[in-house]
Ligand binder design. Structure first.
Ligand code: G4P
Length: 191
């Protein structure tokens, strides 16, 4: 997606050989117009799948997921990383280990909002090692819902997440795939 790649080139900062900072438009400050275009792009890619719900994870997945939900005309559910006072009964949960942060969170979604019969599109900001996606896929299975695919704003193609999901036959659509961040250079995969 051209507009996204432009934003990454203009506003992204390479922090190390494997971390890209995009706080200027995705992870801290959010660019609503870019999110709108991202929502349209996900919609274009998944519009024929009969999607009834979008599932994401707090916090940075929510903005792109919302925009996709707006254009697909479906509700957006986000998995919580922390226990909520009001989220007590009927929970689907999964453990998600972050290699980056070296911590494990239990994520949860209320069974009220994810039903057997739902056709679910998972959306997230980054696909890195795929642990968050794996947890969300697990929750879709617990709900006996159908998984339409996983949409990512940015995939780091040099980390294992994308392969892990595709090897399971899951459709993965990433709007920008980065093959390398080495030498302070952002190299995109050719589309
Ligand atoms: P994984 O879920 O794919 O296995 O990713 P990993 O454990 O490596 O990443 C943990 C967190 O760091 C996730 O956000 C993920 O989106 C984010 N992340 C991973 N690689 C990068 C990167 O190169 N740049 C940026 N900006 N973020 C990255 P999170 O903890 O869920 O944070 P948030 O959604 O609350 O912002």
């Amino acid at each position: 997606m051209k507009l996204l790649k432009q934003a990454i080139m203009e506003k992204g900062r390479v922090l190390s050989n494997d971390v890209l900072k995009v706080d200027a438009f995705l992870n801290h400050q959010i660019d609503p117009e870019l999110m709108q275009e991202i929502g349209k792009e996900f919609t274009e890619r998944f519009k024929d799948e009969g999607i009834s719900k979008i599932l994401t994870i707090e916090s940075s997945g929510i903005a792109p997921a919302m925009m996709a939900g707006l254009y697909l005309g479906v509700p957006v559910v986000f998995a919580r990383k922390r226990k909520s006072l009001t989220l007590v009964d009927g929970l689907f949960t999964a453990k998600v280990h972050s290699f980056t942060k070296k911590e494990t969170n239990e994520i949860s979604v209320s069974s009220e909002y994810l039903l057997a019969g739902d056709v679910v599109l998972i959306i997230d900001d980054f696909l890195a090692n795929g642990q968050a996606a794996r947890g969300l896929v697990d929750i879709v299975k617990q709900a006996n819902a159908t998984l339409a695919g996983v949409g990512n704003v940015i995939e780091k193609g040099f980390q294992a997440g994308g392969d892990l999901l595709r090897e399971q036959g899951i459709r993965v659509e990433s709007l920008a795939i980065i093959d390398s961040l080495e030498n302070n250079q952002i190299t995109f995969r050719e589309e």
